[in-house]
Design a protein around this ligand. Structure first.
Ligand SMILES: C[S@@+](CC[C@H](N)C(=O)[O-])C[C@H]1O[C@@H](n2cnc3c(N)ncnc32)[C@H](O)[C@@H]1O
Length: 249
């Protein structure tokens, strides 16, 4: 039986998705609040860097973004706000509870037309080949049981000349900051989870899954294998996150 990691635990490959779904089911209602608390608001700057790279046109030209594992729609809302009238976003996520929170937000903001929510697995996207101008995934790829399959799918639905962007936690290599980050991640993050969501376990998974995720150069190689060209990345906030980029040429 093939196995994979769920945080630090070794689990059968086919069991991982259900465990991940359980995590996001538990946190959905408090997900965006927790992002603010855990990152001290920094996730906003990281997502702004992502949206700048997505670069939606300011004109009325049509532009379609697919945001995979888009959860409650944060990246999509930001992209639509930053682009012109022709910018549309599709949030694809496997978790109906995260999508429900996102749909409520879209309604509240009058953005039902501009942002669409689709129940979908990153490993088998229900979209035609070459149907999006840009594809993004923020803090989502490490949750997929088969990262290679998800990368190939995101490449398949991207148009020729389109850009793929992946924002993901990385490895802090700055002396001093690394020890502080370890202490914070393994102690404070689960404690904040217990206080706000009532359960430390989802946040223990979060921290462990970050540690297990491939280093940026290894991930770049996985992107090339999936077919992406001109692959590059840059680290942000001392390496807490990395923004990976690739093109379909
Ligand atoms: C940490 S959240 C990120 C949400 C959003 N991208 C953001 O940055 O706010 C991870 C998301 O990945 C979703 N997810 C996990 N496995 C998935 C899969 N196989 N396909 C699609 N989405 C998945 C979860 O449901 C969750 O909404």
């Amino acid at each position: 039986m093939r196995e994979t990691h769920f945080g630090y635990r070794q689990v059968p490959l086919d069991d991982k998705q259900a465990l991940v779904d359980d995590v996001f089911h538990k946190v959905a209602r408090r997900y965006d609040l927790m992002n603010d608390l855990m990152s001290a608001g920094l996730h906003r700057a990281w997502k702004d860097a992502l949206v700048t790279a997505i670069n939606p046109p300011k004109s009325d030209r049509e532009f379609a973004l697919l945001d995979v594992a888009g959860g409650t729609g944060d990246v999509s809302f930001r992209t639509v706000a930053s682009g012109g009238h022709g910018t549309r976003a599709t949030v694809a996520d496997i978790n109906t509870e995260m999508l429900a929170v996102g749909r409520e937000r879209a309604r509240e903001r009058g953005l039902d037309d501009a942002v669409t929510f689709v129940d979908a697995n990153a490993e088998s996207l229900p979209f035609p080949d070459k149907s999006f101008d840009a594809v993004s995934i923020a803090f989502g790829i490490r949750n997929a049981p088969r990262i290679d399959v998800a990368l190939k799918e995101m490449h398949r639905v991207l148009r020729i000349g389109g850009r793929f962007l992946c924002l993901e936690f990385s490895n802090v290599d700055v002396p001093g900051l690394d020890a502080l980050y370890e202490l914070y991640s393994f102690n404070l993050v689960p404690a904040i989870g217990r206080a706000v969501v009532g359960d430390a376990e989802p946040y223990r998974y979060l921290v462990e899954s970050i540690r297990r995720f491939p280093r940026p150069n290894a991930f770049a190689e996985m992107m090339r294998t999936a077919g992406f060209a001109r692959v590059s990345h840059r680290v942000i906030s001392g390496g807490i996150v990395a923004l990976h980029s690739g093109w379909r040429l």
